[in-house]
Design a protein around this ligand. Structure first.
Ligand code: HEM
Length: 468
């Protein structure tokens, strides 16, 4: 049977004015969305800055990173290789132009010499307004950061470090027992990753908080569980980070959303309250991080504007960051160091003999001064930091207009820079055959041959790691 097209209703529907309007609105929305998501993508071309090609609308160069196909450090490393010979290059972190600094001299200027232009790591607190643990030293900005940093720096004076040696030695004895136990029960196979995480949890718990965390003897202890919960990526944090990345972070403030589960906020609030109380009532008279916090709080005068620097929230946030910043980094470098020693037995034997000799000279005791004399141990650890930097990329935000010397490029306030630590550590120009584990790169003579800005496991300049 022939179809009578004039009798069907669809052509009439297509041309109905409301459908045409909807189509026009949809087209306008697509165009607007495209314009929004690519608005800044021409910046590096306009400025004549060498830049990575083909940014995707909305996600820029981070599509594969957001999809979980490539870690950010691999992406930056591949581009670092592509821009050999350039002092810097541009990428797009989603919509935002970001400058990656390749030249060690410029890296050093940004972090040290011209620090006054690059005070901060984060541009703003948007999207974190309701995060009770956000206002810690690593996130604070400008003068506020400077004031808190000056007060917290004495945590790691050499006198304080010396007083921690007893606790560290005790945790180390337990680590050795744990490793020996694993060797016996597991045919010589050892999970150094988990043992390092447990050891680090116990050591920070004792040295900073005066707490017995028992992670080595009880892998399910509360501190160890909390450490795991903070670092295991969740769908929730992935979604929140995506929202931030595409510049809708303000929505998280509107809906009062935070990254971590409630029990983590409660945990750090409780740890701080309990340990501070123990110090105040004399149940604990150790000279640790918490005693410093108690003193800062008690001694503080109210500012002219009636505010205080060390509010309960600032203290809780800083307890949190001392645990978080110290835990994963130290555990990671310790397990990589044990791993490298296992696959480089000649280095292991040499290091072991040097340590044993000193240990015997010192009547079987491990002291702070003895550690400082173990130069080869330092070289082995530094080579581990070079190959496996726990923080492989650093960031800075321009806080005061900066003209890059010998170039036409001027950075404006709020613009972001990345410093590719991992790539600088693996650049054959500074470290020939970079894939080889070779502690000899860190003799005094060899170190002196390399320019500043080529070894950054703890960052550099006034914002360098406080726990270095
Ligand atoms: C192997 C161990 C560690 C490594 C590799 C490491 C690495 C780093 C790096 C790369 C930075 C950024 C520096 C910059 O931007 O220039 C940093 C900052 C920081 N680290 Fe560490 N860290 C380690 C241990 C610790 C420990 C034990 C603590 C304990 C308190 C700590 C607390 C901090 C803090 C609070 C900051 C922020 C400093 C500021 O903004 O003023 N870190 N760390």
């Amino acid at each position: 049977m022939a179809v009578d097209w004039s009798a069907t209703s669809w052509p009439a529907a297509v041309f109905h004015p409301s459908v045409a309007l909807a189509a026009a609105v949809a087209a306008a929305a697509v165009l607007l969305g495209y314009a929004y998501s690519t608005y800044h993508h021409g910046k590096w071309r306009r400025l004549g800055v060498p830049h990575a090609g083909g940014p995707t609308p909305l996600l820029g160069h981070l599509t594969d990173v957001v999809m979980g196909r490539v870690p950010l450090v691999h992406l930056v490393h591949a581009l670092y290789g592509q821009f050999d010979g350039c002092r810097y290059f541009g990428i797009y972190e989603a919509r935002k132009p970001v400058l990656v600094v390749r030249d060690p001299g410029l890296v050093h200027s940004v972090m040290v010499g011209s620090f006054a232009h690059f005070y901060d790591r984060n541009a703003s607190k948007v999207s974190f307004k309701h995060d009770k643990l956000f206002d810690h030293i690593a996130n604070l900005r400008g003068e506020h950061w400077k004031a808190v940093r000056a007060k917290l720096s004495p945590t790691f004076s050499s006198a304080k470090l010396k007083s921690m040696m007893g606790d560290m030695n005790e945790c180390t004895e337990r680590l050795i027992d744990n490793l020996n136990g694993q060797i016996t029960t597991n045919n010589g196979v050892v999970d150094v990753n988990e043992a390092s995480a447990q050891f680090t949890t116990d050591t920070i718990g004792r040295c900073a908080f005066g707490l017995e965390c028992n992670a080595l003897s009880n892998p399910d202890s509360e501190f160890r569980r909390t450490g795991r919960d903070i670092f295991i990526p969740t769908r929730r944090s992935a979604i929140l980070n995506f929202i931030r990345l595409v510049d809708f972070g303000w929505l998280l403030d509107v809906f009062r959303l935070c990254d971590l589960p409630d029990h983590i906020y409660e945990f750090f609030g409780n740890v701080l309250e309990t340990t501070m109380e123990q110090h105040k009532t004399g149940q604990n008279n150790r000279n640790d991080f918490i005693s410093l916090l108690v003193k800062l709080k008690d001694d503080e005068q109210v500012n002219k504007d009636g505010t205080k620097l060390f509010t309960d929230e600032i203290l809780a946030a800083n307890s949190f960051v001392f645990f978080v910043a110290g835990f994963e980094t130290t555990a990671s470098i310790l397990s990589y160091c044990l791993y490298e020693l296992a696959i480089n037995p000649e280095i292991q034997i040499k290091l072991r003999e040097i340590i044993k000799e000193k240990h015997d000279e010192n009547e079987g005791k491990l002291s702070y001064d003895m550690l400082k004399e173990l130069k080869y141990l330092d070289m082995v650890i530094n080579e581990t930091f070079r190959l496996h930097p726990p923080v492989p990329i650093l960031s800075r935000v321009c806080t005061k207009k900066y003209s890059i010397p010998d170039s036409d490029l001027t950075l404006n306030i709020g613009e972001k820079l990345l410093i590719p630590t991992y790539s600088l550590h693996n650049d054959p120009k500074y470290y020939p055959n970079p894939e080889i584990f070779d502690p000899e790169r860190f003799t005094d003579e060899n170190k002196a041959l390399r320019p500043h800005g080529t070894f950054l496991p703890f960052g550099d300049g006034p914002r360098i790691c406080i726990g270095k």
